[in-house]
Design a protein around this ligand. Structure first.
Ligand code: ADP
Ligand code: ZN
Ligand code: ZN
Length: 727
């Protein structure tokens, strides 16, 4: 029987069988429309041929084959299959979830747009096409003569013209006409605006990475803040473009894309550069995805999902701020875009460049062990590192959370016409409303968390479930009329700064103030055009931004993270403080960083002050080795939630039992409630499994997974989180 197996967006770990007239391997990766249940669904063919899994008479036929895009390329399919297996997520959901929205929909649209030759095809030497590739030649010549043409017409030119057309699209020689910019530069005449003279370290890095183009190499680019990592990316990308290749750049956050796109655009005017992230309207996103997929976009910049973008002439992958936790998806397919980028690079035999001033300990350990290659930028490119000091706040009177030395430094900055940043990683006005008579604090009724006091509008808000309520005037417990807003959030610091410096232009940047689309970008531009004197912001501001006039950074309320139970807390705090400190003094004037703390002698703050990542990392790695934590062990977390605590406990308890019975060499821990045990009325818990061997762990999970969906699981929602980042 002519059979194809199709990946569909349904939560089952299987493919679905359909009949198809000419079911050959060339259809693998093609998008199709198939009958499913009472309706139709879009899917991707992953296998062709073989015997059906169900009775032949029950197998329905494929309703339609979409030809607007080339079938998904083998490397993308490989990546998806790997992600499904490794992260234990249904294959159909992985495949369909990686496509632009409109391609997931079961609609036959105007997918048969006319196609035309791409500039790459026009610039290429056609005499290298083998004489026997007759169909290919016919298609090319027809397009050359006619300019553009309906694919249906081209398919009639020879018996294997459909195949030839798909190949030409895949290799980036033919593309939908509408996607072709009118004047697209061919690789030969790439125009490059000259960059600065490289520092010696930059030069060495560019040469070393450049030497690995055309084969697989995983590079860790460890460069202190402001050392010019972006410049290294630009130079290596330039080489890729000169060779006719495409480059893929992944960034952890959408807010980082405009600045990066601007720098790329300024360096390579005339190249086709596309940004793929969730802020782009769907129709435009599809167009851009197609530009990448057809080979026209020379540079693709995107957030984590972009790692799945088909890129026919992929020559390099860059992962910027590779330490950032946002590169890991926290629901659905819980994948690490960084780790998948390395896998994809290996499969495509291209280098991958992971850049950071504070790499993840996983990546750093790989560089130390020689699995990754290490390139280092040890000095700032055109400025000096800031000086970092702790401000001892023990027993000191703070004014709304601000110390005397920080206030004075802010005043100095203001007088000198420089910009300052007060960093506090907590939004809202105050993290709790407390009654000091009886100890009551306003709780969220649906979560095991306190409500946060917010201004504009004045509300108590839960940061876990979004619940809101009016501010209580009296303690419901003891009737006390004098409730206290305890602690500080960004709004309170903003308020304090405005009171202290009425003439200063103060701008608060956090998730609340940047909710509107493009709000962050507008604020960034205000900072850049020196329309702001004092910034108050959360970790949104700690990432990768280049604000040349910013000279002072004050850190408020970082101490809580020192005593977190999460074994990654120290790594995260070190990275965050180093990154936020790294925003200071990137221009001509030297930078200063003041960290307010009750623990000025804490080893972590000392490490931050020394600004020596390697020393910190070696110590931290020694501790991890001692404790048997990642990267010296691998982990899988079984996460579960249900309306009743008892259901969660029973499910996890049985899961632990079933796991231990398998008798494999992994460590199955005891189930525990999540740090925030209840969110939006759902009780949450988890179970950690750990092993020194990734293979062992994967074998364990394969054997374990079927035991998880027993009768206990009926009211429980559970998920496996492979390489979890927070426990
Ligand atoms: P990083 O990404 O490492 O934090 P950037 O690439 O943003 O650093 O560079 C920091 C600043 O240094 C930028 O303003 C950049 O234009 C400048 N810069 C980078 N390389 C050089 C160089 N070789 N000479 C002069 N300035 C440079
Ligand atoms: Zn009270
Ligand atoms: Zn809540």
């Amino acid at each position: 029987m002519n059979l194809v197996r199709v990946a569909l967006d349904v939560p089952l770990p299987t493919l679905f069988d359909y009949r198809m007239e000419h079911a050959g391997n060339e259809l693998i990766g093609a998008r199709v429309l198939v009958p499913f249940g009472r309706g139709q669904r879009a899917g991707i063919i992953l296998e062709a041929g073989g015997e059906p899994n169900v009775a032949p008479e029950r197998i329905k036929s494929v309703a339609h084959v979409f030809t607007r895009e080339a079938p998904l390329a083998p490397d993308v399919l490989h990546l998806m299959r790997f992600a499904s297996r490794y992260y234990h997520h249904p294959i159909g959901q992985v495949v369909m979830g990686a496509l632009p929205q409109s391609l997931r929909r079961a609609r036959i649209g105007s997918e048969e747009a006319p196609v035309a030759l791409t500039p790459a095809a026009r610039a290429a030497d056609w005499s290298t096409i083998p004489a026997r590739a007759l169909a290919k030649r016919r298609v090319l010549e027809h397009l050359l003569a006619h300019g553009s043409c309906q694919p249906a017409v081209l398919r009639t030119l020879a018996s294997n013209a459909p195949r030839a057309l798909r190949d030409l699209i895949e290799q980036g020689w033919v593309a939908p006409e509408t996607d072709l910019p009118t004047a697209l530069a061919a690789p030969g005449d790439l125009s490059v605006v000259p960059g600065p003279t490289l520092t010696p370290d930059q030069g060495t890095a560019v040469e070393a990475v450049g030497d690995t183009l055309g084969r697989f190499a995983a590079w860790l680019l460890l460069g202190i803040t402001g050392s010019g990592k972006t410049e290294v990316y630009l130079r290596v990308i330039e080489r890729v473009l000169r060779g006719g290749g495409q480059a893929l750049l992944l960034v952890p956050e959408i807010n980082l894309t405009p600045q990066l796109e601007a720098r790329l655009g300024a360096r390579f005017p005339g190249t086709t550069l596309v940004g793929l992230h969730s802020d782009v309207p769907e129709a435009e996103r599809l167009r851009r995805w197609r530009t990448a997929e057809s080979g026209q976009a020379q540079i693709v910049v995107g957030t984590r999902l972009a790692v799945f973008t088909p890129i026919p002439r992929l020559g390099l992958i860059v992962v910027d701020e590779e330490h950032d936790a946002s590169l890991k998806q926290q629901d659905g397919l819980r994948y690490s875009a960084r780790d998948l980028a390395v896998l994809r690079a290996k499969q495509r035999q291209v280098p991958v460049l992971l850049g950071s001033a504070t790499p993840s300990l996983e990546s750093y350990a790989s560089a130390v062990s020689g699995r990754y290659k290490l390139a280092e930028l040890r000095d700032r490119a055109n400025s000096r590192l800031p000086s970092i000091h702790c401000v001892d706040t023990r027993g000191k009177r703070l004014r709304e959370g601000l110390s005397q030395p920080l206030t004075e430094a802010l005043a100095r900055g203001l007088a000198a016409g420089e910009q300052s940043l007060v960093f506090i990683n907590r939004r809202g006005y105050a993290p709790a409303m407390i009654c000091f008579t009886c100890g009551w604090s306003a709780p969220c009724t649906r979560c095991s968390a306190r409500l946060v006091l917010h201004l504009e509008p004045l509300r108590l808000r839960c940061h876990y479930c979004g619940h809101e309520e009016p501010v209580t005037c009296a303690c419901p417990n003891c009737g006390n009329q004098d409730l206290t807003a305890a602690g500080q959030g960004t709004q309170r610091i903003e308020h304090a700064v405005t009171q202290l410096f009425p003439a200063a232009r103060v701008l608060r940047i956090d998730r609340d103030s940047t909710r509107r689309r493009l709000a962050f970008e507008q604020m960034r531009q205000r900072v850049e055009s020196h329309d702001v004197d004092i910034l108050v912001g959360t970790q949104m501001l700690a990432k990768g931004h280049d604000f040349p006039r910013l000279t002072l950074v004050g850190v408020v309320n970082a101490d809580a993270a020192l005593y977190s139970t999460d074994f990654r807390a120290a790594e995260r705090l070190f990275a965050q403080l180093t990154q936020v400190a790294g925003r200071a003094g990137r221009g001509d004037a030297p930078g200063e960083v003041l960290i307010q703390t009750d623990f000025p002698g804490h080893p972590l703050y000392e490490a931050v002050q020394r600004q020596d990542y390697a020393a910190f990392a070696q110590l931290a790695l020694a501790e991890r080795r001692e404790a048997g934590f990642p990267p010296y062990a691998h982990q899988v977390l079984l996460r579960a939630e249900a309306a009743q605590r008892e259901a969660v406990d029973r499910f996890l308890g049985r899961a632990a039992q079933a796991g231990r019975k398998l008798g494999l060499t992994v460590e199955v821990y005891e189930p525990v409630p999540a740090t925030i045990a209840r969110v939006a009325g759902r009780e949450r818990g988890h179970l950690l499994v750990q092993s020194g061997s990734r293979e062992q762990l994967q074998r364990f999970v394969d054997a374990w997974e079927p035991h998880l969906s027993g009768p206990d699981a009926s009211h429980v929602r559970w998920a496996l989180d492979v390489d979890p980042l927070d426990l």
